[in-house]
Write a protein of this length. Structure first.
Length: 259
């Protein structure tokens, strides 16, 4: 069932319909409710923040489980922030660059096929539009229009044959930077009680509270783009972090007993 989340409130529905009609009056529709173009940065931001919180708190939990000093926690925590943050950022950078290179090579291949086996490629366009419901003269006309422009032809093949949208390549540098910044900022939260020695029963308890709130917020904020239930998304991420932290604490605790 389609979730018409925008229209759950009748007053809101009328307002949104009015704005959508206004957005379509220009040459290019500008619908602010669509977030697809921001999906990549959201993904890197969420993954970076999530991993930053979980991995740093896992370090804190492991060291706390082993009953080591706050100084050790800070050393290992910041080492994790720098090393793992750079690693994730580089992974995002290289992954994005590889995707862009793949799209570029696939587009070159489509151009080559259009130039060397045009009849076969035209039949592919015919099959694609036949599957879309075009028939008889409409189908013939659609194929003629598309195959009359080499660039349009290649893009149609990319989209409907390979599922790749050309011209929407992402910036490797931006993706890498977003990942690192999100990782560093979110990963710093579990260390704040130890940095400022925030008064409480103990710093580890405060770190647990900070981390739990941060995990829930990161999960809930995803719903701005994903349109899912904010409470479920927040609790989902909180559960994942809790499992990882519990495992790290248990490892530290048992190693401390054995060694």
């Amino acid at each position: 069932m389609i979730d018409y989340w925008l229209f759950s409130n009748m007053d809101n529905k009328e307002k949104i319909i009015k704005e959508l009609k206004a957005a379509h009056k220009g040459d290019t529709a500008n619908e602010k409710y669509h977030k697809a173009g921001q999906g990549s940065y959201l993904r890197n931001m969420v993954y970076g923040a999530n991993d930053g919180i979980i991995t740093t708190f896992a370090v804190v939990a492991g060291v706390a489980g082993a009953n080591l000093s706050p100084k050790i926690i800070l050393i290992l925590g910041f080492a994790n922030l720098v090393a793992d943050g750079i690693s994730m950022a580089m992974g995002s950078f290289l992954g994005t660059r590889s995707e862009n290179q793949l799209k570029h090579e696939e587009l070159k291949t489509e151009y080559w096929e259009i130039d060397h086996v045009p009849e076969e490629e035209a039949k592919e366009i015919e099959r694609i539009y036949k599957d879309k419901g075009f028939k008889a003269n409409d189908l013939k006309r659609a194929v003629e229009v598309i195959t009359s422009d080499r660039d349009v032809w290649a893009k149609e093949m990319m989209i409907y044959e390979l599922g790749i949208i050309p011209g929407e390549e992402e910036s490797p540098w931006k993706n890498g930077l977003v990942t690192f910044v999100a990782f560093a900022i979110a990963g710093l939260l579990p260390l704040l009680p130890y940095i400022f020695n925030i008064p409480s029963k103990d710093n580890f308890t405060t770190a647990i509270i900070f981390t739990g709130i941060a995990l829930f917020m990161v999960g809930a904020l995803r719903t701005i783009f994903t349109k899912k239930n904010w409470l479920f998304s927040g609790l989902e991420m909180l559960l994942v972090g809790a499992i990882a932290a519990t495992a790290a604490y248990a490892v530290g605790y048992f190693i401390d007993l054995i060694v």
